[in-house]
Design a protein around this ligand. Structure first.
Ligand code: FAD
Length: 393
């Protein structure tokens, strides 16, 4: 097999890159370890920045999102029961976010890919990358017991945090930056109407709460829990009771409860690897960085990397601008570090840290008072939440 750009991973970053390249007439093949059903079964992000929404439009996959997605113009932050609405639209000069689930984005991208006829090899195992520094990189893999080889010009490593791409770069080339947080998020998805029109991020002495949503009839709630907790420890009743305890009484009284469709615990981590490229391999999305979900940035950062790599590859194939390739890592990382900072800031601002002393608690309270109490502070939160602009190439 032969293609121009080999993409490893059919998560949102791999599928979005593939769709944009296909639309631009640049051949690509995606290799995915799992089945399509497995990929679609993962419940993850749900808030899309304006920049990602624009990319989905450019990729020609925005029809269902325009009809079913919900545009949000604000979010609510709560600290010790004190409620502050951040008017995203007014404070960011007219920008908003779109609430539309990652699963739906993935489904739309998969549908567009099958309509375009571009190849995705699912259930590809033992994927291995070769000759990354040479002019003719290639990938070997297995499917249905057959040993296969894919030759290409470039490889996009879109295979998530546990993928093979980052591991294929010699370890002495890479620098890892990491922060593990001493808690996780227990998420519950239910077919119940959201408790509020806008997302609620709430700090409480018993732990953080996020009231999120996927549609007018489907809600996603999160509770901060100790890392030692297991999903089996949390019956639906216990989850709803704890959620009500951590929310202000009038919000709790409006909460519609129902059986969970999905429940899972995710650990919280900040992580970046530098550089994000090695020879003809480019790391994209979770393969190169992880953010705690408090700033709603994980999926959006994956799209951000796709934007930079796609625009560079278009110039490479249309204008012969191979001089731009070495700039990918530096360009992508500048925006990544700003999103890492915002996600870390929101996590520190709103969670209950087990080792925090009374000084730390006062600092957290003061941060909340300062950022929500001044125009500059509110603008800072708003412009980061809706997403910082992309640099031109
Ligand atoms: C449990 C969870 C909850 C999350 N919640 C939020 C949230 O609320 N808000 C938010 O903004 N972000 C959230 N995120 C982050 C967000 O979902 C990710 O940032 C996003 O999925 C990144 O997309 P990606 O395509 O880079 O990676 P992934 O979605 O991880 O996709 C990588 C793909 O590569 C495939 N793959 C892996 N290894 C190989 C291999 N060796 N060969 C071939 N294929 C391979 C995988 O099967 C997968 O399909 C969450 C993440 C997790 C794990």
């Amino acid at each position: 097999m032969k293609t121009k750009v080999a993409i490893i991973g059919a998560g949102p970053s791999g599928l979005l890159l593939g769709q944009l390249l296909t639309k631009a007439g640049i051949d690509n093949i995606i290799l995915e370890r799992q089945t399509p059903e497995y990929v679609l079964g993962r419940i993850r992000a749900g808030v899309l920045e304006q920049g990602m929404v624009d990319m989905l439009r450019e990729a020609g996959v925005s029809l269902r999102m325009e009809n079913e997605g919900l545009i949000h113009e604000g979010v609510e932050l709560i600290y010790n029961g004190r409620r502050e609405r951040i008017d995203l639209k007014q404070l960011s000069g007219g920008k908003t976010v779109m609430v539309y689930g990652q699963t739906e984005v993935t489904r739309d991208l998969m549908d567009a890919r099958s309509q375009s006829g571009a190849l995705t090899v699912y259930s590809a195992s033992h994927v291995q990358l070769h000759e990354l520094k040479g002019e003719k990189p290639f990938i070997t893999f297995e499917q249905e017991g057959k040993h296969l080889r894919l030759d290409c010009d470039y490889i996009a490593g879109c295979d998530g945090f546990h993928g093979v791409s980052r591991q294929s770069i010699p370890s002495d080339i890479l620098t890892h930056y990491e922060r593990i947080y001493p808690f996780g998020w227990l998420g519950l998805l239910s077919d119940t109407p959201p408790v509020s029109d806008e997302l609620i991020y709430a700090q409480h002495e018993r732990g953080f709460v996020l009231c999120s949503q996927r549609s007018h009839t489907r809600s996603r709630y999160y509770l901060q829990v100790p890392l030692s907790d297991k999903v089996e420890d949390w019956s639906d009743d216990r989850f709803w009771q704890e959620l009500k305890t951590r929310l202000p009484a009038d919000v709790a009284s409006r909460l519609a409860t129902g059986p969970s469709i999905e429940k899972s615990i995710a650990p919280l981590r900040s992580y970046v690897v530098e550089p994000m490229q090695y020879g003809n391999l480019f790391l994209v999305g979770d393969a190169a960085h992880i953010v705690p979900p408090t700033g709603a940035k994980g999926l959006n950062l994956a799209a951000s990397d796709v934007s930079y790599l796609f625009r560079i590859l278009v110039k490479v194939y249309r204008e012969g601008r191979t001089d731009l390739l070495p700039k990918y890592s530096e360009l992508a990382l500048r925006r990544i570090w700003k999103a890492e900072r915002f996600s870390w800031f929101m996590t520190k601002l709103l969670h209950t840290f087990p080792d925090a002393d009374n000084f730390d608690q006062r600092m957290q309270q003061s941060d909340f008072d300062y950022y929500t109490g001044s125009l500059a502070g509110r603008q800072t939160i708003a412009e980061n939440y809706v997403g910082l602009p992309f640099e031109s190439i």
